[in-house]
Design a protein around this ligand. Sequence first.
Ligand SMILES: [Zn+2]
Length: 418
Amino acid sequence: MVTVIGGVVKDYEWGIIDGLAPWCGGATGRPQAELWFGAHPSGPSPVLSADAAALPHSADSVQCDANGVANRSPAVLHAASLLDATGVPLLVKLLAAAQPLSVQVHPRAKLADDWWEAQQAPGAEQILADANEKTELLVALSEFEAFVGWRPLAEAISILSGIPGARDAVRLLTLGDRPSAIRSLLALDDRTESVRLLPVAAKAAGLAPADCAAFEMVVRVYPGDRGALLTALLAHVSLSPGSAVFVPAGVPHSYIHGLGLEVMTTSDNVLRLGLTPKPIFVSEALDALDDTAVPQVIHVEIGEAIRPVGAPFEVRLVGARSAGNDADAQRSTDEGSTIGQSRGPRSSDSRDSAATGHLPTGRFRLCLAIEGSATVTTDDGTVSLGQGTAAVLVAAEPTATVSTTGLVALVLDRGASL
Ligand SMILES: [Zn+2]
């Protein structure tokens, strides 16, 4: 039985105003930062339907359905309890960033487990949202920029050497002591002046224009935040639509701006170091850093699997364009390099070139309709997905075939195979 779920919107300040409207049911006039598909307690997805009848075919009908679980059919309520009981191993999000997210680190499994246990004590500080590791993959749906992993030490030293207040941090970096350098930067007295100098110092260090522009954006949005200086330590990554970056737990990062698909283990454990009005946990974030964890930038064509080494999941974007549809390719060029935006009805030509994908039994699977609609077929029948809804299949359910004239993301759990 294929279960269809809707997304849960998060309106964090860094989100794009109405940036997720094509997927979440419409405009709100507010930042729309993330749309969650999964079973995490901080935002469990509404179950829309568990059978082939009465499925939503548009984002509008999703909005209506999402309002009242009590009115659902017995089959839907059964599916909701099944997802809760089975445990959904992955969390999938659409993410729309207008401005930089916090500089952050996610804990590995052992650390998350230990700290979660410790914070159950009465009066203990609440740092984590759950007991799980957070390892994540960001697939760009538009041009997407991020700081991920460490910048070469020599380059970081070169940038910070242009900031008089950062002299002590430079000395510590020269000794190879990043954690102490981070503490030093986060304790600067003249933070506003030091932060202001960051783009100037980056330019003087000979960094590429895109890199310098990223610093300018960070400084514009967070002029008084010492955490801005930490971006001098992070590698700058530019992703074109369809490309991805894998961010294992323990890797420092800050997404800068763009529209993306995020796939992660089902966790919301974020240890922040800066670029945020939220609490920062410097000691814990430094403890969570893991220099053996290495980010991976992956460039693929639509239709090819994104399978990072060591990841507990894999992702494949499947779209009519991957079937060689010239009209779509031309339209993509005309409208700029963005995928995933709602573009209205398609011509009969493009309908002829539907793309298909495969969701083999034996693993948790999720299929998210990003552009247009899709159908998911198993031995039990066919269900339709409206844009912004997802089909979920637990491991025991049969192999499924997905067909779309738009664009879908296929997400497969690989936890058991590692
Ligand atoms: Zn993250």
